[in-house]
Each structure stands twice: as C-alpha cells, then as structure tokens.
Design a protein around this ligand. Sequence first.
Ligand code: GZL
Length: 354
Amino acid sequence: MNKKNKILLLLLFVGLIALSSCSLKPLKNIQYKEFENMEDIDSDLIIVGFSQLGSESDWRTANTKSIQNALISENGFSLIFANGRQKQENQIKDVRSFIFQEVDYIVIAPVTETGWDTVLTEARDAGIPVVIVDRMIDTEDESLYAAVVGTDKHAEGMKAGIWLEKHLEKVKQASDASPDGSGTEYVEEDVNIVILEGTINSTAQIGRSQGFDDIAKNHENWNIIARESGDFTKAKGKEVMAKYLREFDDIDVLVSQNDDMTFGAIEAIQEAGLTCGVNGDITIISFDAVSRAFDMMEEGLINVVIECNPLQGDLISEIIERLENGEEVPKISYVDGKVFEAENASIDRIGRSY
Ligand code: GZL
C-alpha cells in the first residue's frame, strides 16, 4: 500500500473514531497529527508510532521531548505518540493500533522486560521494524527488533558502588587523620544501606541493582538492610523511605534508582528530623541527573548523581533513516553518562539541557 493510501487509511481510522466517539471510548493517550488537507501531507514522510511507557519522572519528560523534537516533519517524519501510563497492557494496545494504521516504524520504550514477544511478532509479521528505546526487552528472538537505543544500566549501578567505595575511603582517611591526633583507628564500621528500586522487572531496576550488588559483594561491612520498589515516582519513593526510617534507626546510605524517588526520600528524611547529603546523617546516591537533582546537589542534599542520558531522539532518528536507506545499523547503541558530585554541581550543570 503506498504512502498516500496509508495516510488516507489513517485519516479514515481517525474519522471513524471521531464519529463513534459517543459509543466507543476514544483510544486514550493516542495523539494524532492533525492534517488540514491532503496537500499538507507529504507522502514522503516516514510515519513512526512511538509507544512511550509513561510520564512518571523528570527523566521521562526529557526523554519524550528529545524524541518528539527529533521525529518532526522538517526531519522527514510524522510522529504518532502514545503514553502507556506505566502499564504494559496500554503499550500493547498502542502497538496494535500502530500496526492497524500500518505505520512505517514502531519505537517503544518498554515499561518492563518480559511479555513483548506476541505483539512484536505481530509487528514483524506486518513488516514494521521496531526500535526499542531506553529500556530492553527479554526475548530469545532478536528478529523482533531492528535496533536498541539506550544506556548501560548495569554500568550505572557499578558506578554507584565504585563512588561509594571511594567516598568511604575518604571518610576513613579523614578519620585516621583525626584532629585530636590520637590516630584513632578507623573501625571498619558496618555501613547500613537502603535501596529504593525502580519499577520491578524494568531494565533500569534490574541493571542498576545488579551493578551495585556486584560492587557491594566485595565489602563484608556493607549491609543492604532493605530494598523495595518506589516505582520511579516521588510519591512512592517518599512512602517507602518513610517506612525505612520507621523500621531502622541507623541508615548510613540511601541508593535511590532515580531522582524523582530521591526527591520524595529527602522530604521523608527531613520530616523525620534527620539530615542528608554532604556531611548529613544519610549519604544519598541518586540516578538520572535531571535539573532538580543539580539544584539539590548545590544545596548539599544529594552527594552524587549517576547520569542516565535521556537525550536519545537524534540517535533514534539517525537509525531509522539508515534503516530506511537499507543500511546495516548496530543492534545496540548506548548514549554515555557521567558521574556528578555535589562539590562540582554548579560547574557541571552549565550548558545542560535537562
Ligand atoms: C532509565 C529510565 C528510568 C529513569 C527513571 O533509562 O528507564 O525510567 O531512571 C525513569 O527516571 O522513570
């Protein structure tokens, strides 16, 4: 079916939805590009259906903007966006809607790793290439996707563990050189760690947990006394941290797998009458590096943030163009991230776009 007919079908589909809106529940969260008239439709546009997993965090907002800003008509694209609201069943419906509309490509940020084989087999059988972004899917069948664009979550978890090793070494050196000159023997005290995990079975939760654990297992005095999901949201992060603070009276370190959960945890810590961050009661390691996290590092409330770069739109656009031209593309492409510490936050944030 040529592009013109595809777009006619799309308009017919939209028209049917509009006419039947009184009876059918409109396909929620599906935003259609409005075409004034046929002349507005450039039949050479590459039509992309984008199933975003949700809008749960500042990181997700930046990721969505990056992709929407890259897949624009000036760059040769027509984007259909769907927000899955952090539910796999919504994303599966959205992907099926894209298949029905015979889009040219499907881009999906899968909320969790498992349960995608059936719907992605339907996409493959319909001849629609799929680009997985941000998080990964767990499948034996690599033919279900043409490419993956994301970040190395296991490496991010290891960076957090390595930072904590260095931080504790600095504390030890400061203790050994204690001002009273007594050369107090630094006792390898127990380091009590609590973890706020992201959405369970998401690549970010799996990778960051395994990466941190791979470092923690080398330290007998590191005690991970609690780990529970805050589902990457501020509200749930605050709720779980408040529970930790009720259960434990000696938390030394919080490892929070995204900044939004960290923001909630900081509120819980302060409401419990404790301090956090640089020279605080509780050392905080966070992930993402969104703008508000830099604000909090500048206030000394967060010690370190492990960056997970959400700006993936340009790379996705480039990969789709190469696929469209029949070129080979890497199966997995990672965007790099850095480690930002409170002491350097004011300088490091200069020029950042999110
Ligand atoms: C990481 C991404 C995570 C972010 C969270 O790649 O999947 O999801 O760390 C977001 O902020 O909710």
